[in-house]
Design a protein around this ligand. Structure first.
Ligand SMILES: C[S@@+](CC[C@H](N)C(=O)[O-])C[C@H]1O[C@@H](n2cnc3c(N)ncnc32)[C@H](O)[C@@H]1O
Length: 319
């Protein structure tokens, strides 16, 4: 490794969650079938997501980025240390790094995250960078791992990834984030706002078919992990808005009957028309999300939105 990249430290937090194969078997034996969206991000899934972020239909990244660059100017320096949850390709955080001394990237997708942390460290040679491979839905011992990282700490959770969780799950996750923070620390979080369904459905089912490839890549990941053949043509990407729940839902719809052997004596039958639920993406009102923050140990302090109110970024202090 080149000398100047040695400032990046890598660490894997032992996960208490089920590994990929175990989790997939459990999800596919359940009724209705579902697989956690955290497994969408293997190396290829992370690459496809990066492409999705550049699509004209995917207003989320573009809009959030614009907000973050103005927040970066307004609040510089935002923190001593920025701790990014679900950091992915660590692009958005660049808007916030002016005057910041340290950056911690946390993601379950190790390959993409480590590559991103190295690139960031190359571009910001004075920044102390730690890349943590971990499942953010499990407790993380950050105060002991980061005891030499300068305060204040700001947890950064971008991309409206919080929307992958129901309100109850989101409250639990925000509570975990809160537990790792102390007095004077804060949370900067991006959320997608409620809007006309046509805008949402285009964003999650784009004309180039990248989101379909991203969703179907999960089938490739399953095929590889279990050593089975799965025809991608035998599935259809489905993105639809669930108005009752206020969320976009992604599914893989099975187009022909098939049976997968996922281990000795483990057979999963899929019937034509059956759906595998692969992601939820809740859309918020500002009022509803502020209430969620307040019930999770945070005091919302400032909100930034774009002129069309497509997306919002909120800063909250710990209570
Ligand atoms: C929608 S992408 C967002 C990436 C980046 N934050 C952005 O806004 O562009 C979600 C990221 O969260 C990561 N992720 C999803 N579930 C996770 C989990 N349970 N623990 C850690 N990382 C997770 C994925 O690997 C992926 O990199």
């Amino acid at each position: 490794m080149p000398e100047r990249l040695k400032s990046v430290r890598f660490h894997e937090v032992a996960s208490t969650g089920a590994p990929f194969k175990e989790d997939v078997v459990r999800g596919l034996l359940a009724s209705p079938k579902s697989i956690s969206c955290k497994w969408l991000y293997d190396e290829e899934g992370s690459r496809l997501f990066e492409e999705i972020c550049k699509l004209p239909e995917y207003y989320l990244t573009r809009t959030e980025n614009e907000l973050l660059w103005s927040i970066g100017k307004e609040r510089s320096p935002l923190a001593g240390t920025i701790i990014e949850y679900g950091s992915g390709h660590s692009e958005k955080v660049r808007a916030l790094l002016e005057g910041v001394q340290a950056y911690v990237a946390i993601d379950i997708a190790s390959v993409a995250m480590e590559r991103a942390a190295l690139a960031l460290s190359q571009d910001y040679p004075d920044l102390k960078v730690l890349a943590l491979v971990a499942d953010i839905t499990k407790p993380l011992p950050l105060p002991s791992l980061l005891n030499s990282f300068p305060k204040p700490w700001v947890a950064f959770y971008a991309g409206s990834s919080i929307g992958n969780f129901s309100n109850e799950q989101a409250r639990f996750l925000l509570g975990l984030i809160r537990e790792n923070l102390g007095p004077g620390d804060g949370l900067l979080i991006g959320i997608d706002l409620q809007k006309p369904i046509s805008i949402l459905e285009r964003a999650y089912d784009d004309a180039k078919g990248l989101t379909a490839r991203f969703n179907k890549n999960l089938l490739n990941r399953i095929a590889k992990a279990f050593g089975i053949d799965i025809s991608l043509e035998s599935f259809k990407h489905v993105a639809r808005y669930n108005a009752t729940e206020g969320r976009m839902e992604l599914f893989l719809e099975c187009l022909e009957d098939q049976t997968w052997k996922l281990g000795p004596g483990v057979l999963v039958s899929l019937q034509k028309g059956e759906m595998i639920h692969t992601e939820n993406s809740y859309k918020y009102t500002l009022r509803g999300f502020r209430a969620l923050l307040e019930s999770s140990g945070f005091r919302p302090q400032k909100t930034w939105t774009d002129s069309k109110e497509l997306f919002a970024v909120l800063y909250a202090e710990v209570c």
